[in-house]
Design a protein around this ligand. Sequence first.
Ligand SMILES: *Cc1c(COP(=O)(O)O)cnc(C)c1O
Length: 386
Amino acid sequence: MDISYIINELAEDRENYFNAIAPPIIQSSNFAFKTVDEMRSAFADESSTYLYSRGLNPTVDILRKKLAALDNAEDCLVFNSGAAAIFAAVLANVKSGDHIVSVNKPYTWAQKMFNVILPRFGVTTSYIDGTEIENFERAILPNTTVIYLESPNSWDYAIQDLKAVAELAKSEDIVTIIDNSYCTPIYQRPIDFGIDLTLQSATKYIGGHSDTVAGVLSGSSTMIKRIFNSEYMNIGSGISPFNAWLLIRGLRTLPMRLERITQTTQQVIKYLQQHEKVETVLFPFDESFPQYQLARQQMLGACGLLTFIIKADTVDLIEKFCNNLRHILMAVSWGGHESLIIPKCSGMSATHFNPLNKDHRMLRLYVGLEEGEYIIKDLEQAFLLI
Ligand SMILES: *Cc1c(COP(=O)(O)O)cnc(C)c1O
């Protein structure tokens, strides 16, 4: 389907709300029925009737239809965080005694779910290097019910061969789930490769303005309906009508924001690659990236997030570099208007810093909507101080 149509028109029945261009925020917790019979049929299937906004809500519905279409999925659910989307997707596909195969270093809160919560219910997880399909084959056990992917990873951009993993999983009757936050459906559509469930943190590019926390989970109507009637309703972490409205607004400019960021990212990468204080730049669409071919095969684009390894003998130098940035903000998350940076060493005790370990010298940069020159100048003045 045409992306412009999805973003501008799909699911917007303007004649139902005074031909308003921007859809209304239906800020109502509940919906009334005229007859007992109507109420009875709503109770029988809450997934298709407006009854209570923890379930369906008309503003959220507009957003759902657009996001599902972008993913090329039959349906989707929108949560009040990406973490909730991850939790619901995994919980819906495991029971006590089951086993999960996950790629190494998935998003922090996915890891905490695998390591802390799920073992309490007898669900175990094996982590593998997902860059080789053989590693998946070796890790699958008779009780494996879920393969959990994140492609690319949001620090080192390791990717998985989505088509190969989907084929393997189907042959073993295993559900595949992918965290697609890095690409968004504009740059990668995992459902097209046979992945069952694709999710993303909509906090990042979909919202796009660093003002809303949200998550999306897309898949077949059958799977999504099953999750709606159980985990979604039970966890009760559906998105609010107002936040859904903000995401609809964010979607209007999503393709052009990505286009702009894609161009600026190239400019920033060129600058970093020629800098004497930069050892390496990690970026999936850079020819030097070890999985460059595969990235080009399955991703339509890459932008915004990149990691560079700085040359520094001490943690103080890295700290000095970051502390002196004037415009690039030091903060988590990404996908908004503003450029951001996180030094890996902020997640560890400074006394454990080892300059021989490249990971300790990683800085993750998010390129926002500013002019490329503005970002580069800021990096330049901070490099001059170290
Ligand atoms: C931010 C993020 C999440 C979690 O999303 P929230 O909206 O913060 O809950 C999941 N995966 C990745 C890769 C992320 O960057």
